[in-house]
Design a protein around this ligand. Structure first.
Ligand code: SF4
Ligand code: SF4
Length: 276
């Protein structure tokens, strides 16, 4: 089973939920931190990261000896990642979406595969908990290919918890596509409600089962609950605005580490996910 933990905006408690859930699942689960621009689940899980590998994107390179400057590569590229200026073919690897179109249309076979570093995937364990995360290279804008690569760490014999990036754009869709369930995390504020609505619309389009966790549940109003009812979005857990929780978060500690009550609550959350 693959569960993606998502939120319409950052700072709602998405990582709190994904890390605590992964912790109570223990050896049955694995945690994939796909928030590759700002991965921080490791600060709470504290895994020993034993493996690291570099992930590259394929980008076009031009053999100037073969090129006849016909411009067909530039014509087909939808992203202006390759262009012809006089008798020079310029490539802009940062804009390339690796569709292969330019290589396909080149009449001289002058285009070959080069590579551009996207970032790193680091893997390890904390006790029985299996952990993987991606780290996007500083200055790199294209995160979906790295997220896809982190997702290849998914194991069929585990319950996979994905900590998705915040928002509703391409990186989030990459982290939610083909999962069994999306657990959305929000807070009961006007901003939380606004971004939750965007996230719900995105998940509805993907046709995936969904549920809601309300964090800092007693700090705002009831509008998020009313919206959830209207949408038929089940509220699977509420986490109160609690000084102890905030303090343990600031120390990088999980809620479930020292609390049997929260361990039970997160196990129940998993049971509710299975039945929704
Ligand atoms: S691979 Fe696709 S996106 Fe990249 S330069 Fe070629 S045509 Fe453009
Ligand atoms: S399509 Fe091939 S031959 Fe034509 S300009 Fe591009 S690289 Fe050169």
């Amino acid at each position: 089973m693959i569960i993606s933990v998502a939120s319409g905006k950052g700072g709602t408690g998405k990582t709190t939920v994904s890390t605590n859930l992964a912790y109570v699942l223990g050896a049955k689960g694995q945690l994939l931190d796909c928030d590759v621009e700002e991965p921080n689940a490791h600060l709470f899980i504290k895994p020993e990261l034993a493996e690291s590998r570099t992930v590259y994107a394929t980008v076009p390179e031009v053999d100037v000896e073969k090129c006849n400057y016909c411009g067909k590569c530039a014509e087909i590229c939808q992203f202006s990642a390759i262009t012809l200026v006089g008798e020079t073919v310029l490539t802009f690897p940062q804009l390339c979406h690796d569709c292969g179109g330019c290589k396909e249309v080149c009449p001289e076979n002058a285009i070959f595969d080069g590579k551009r570093e996207l970032g790193q995937i680091e893997s390890g364990n904390k006790g029985v908990i299996e952990f993987h995360h991606g780290r996007l290279r500083i200055g790199e804008a294209m995160s979906p290919p790295l997220i896809k690569e982190v997702r290849t760490c998914t194991r069929d014999d585990k319950i996979t918890i994905i900590d998705a990036p915040p928002g509703t754009s391409c990186p989030v869709i990459t982290a939610m596509k083909d999962v069994d369930f999306v657990l959305m995390v929000t807070e009961p504020t006007p901003f939380g409600l606004h971004d939750l609505k965007l996230a719900v619309e995105a998940v509805k389009k993907l046709g995936i089962g969904r549920g809601l966790v309300i964090n800092r549940a007693d700090a705002g109003d009831d509008k998020v609950r009313e919206y959830a009812k209207q949408e038929g979005l089940p509220i699977l857990m509420e986490i109160p605005f609690d000084r102890k929780i905030a303090e343990s978060y600031s120390r990088g500690q999980l809620m479930v580490e020292d609390s049997g009550e929260w361990q039970e609550a997160f196990l129940q959350l998993f049971e509710r996910i299975k039945t929704n």
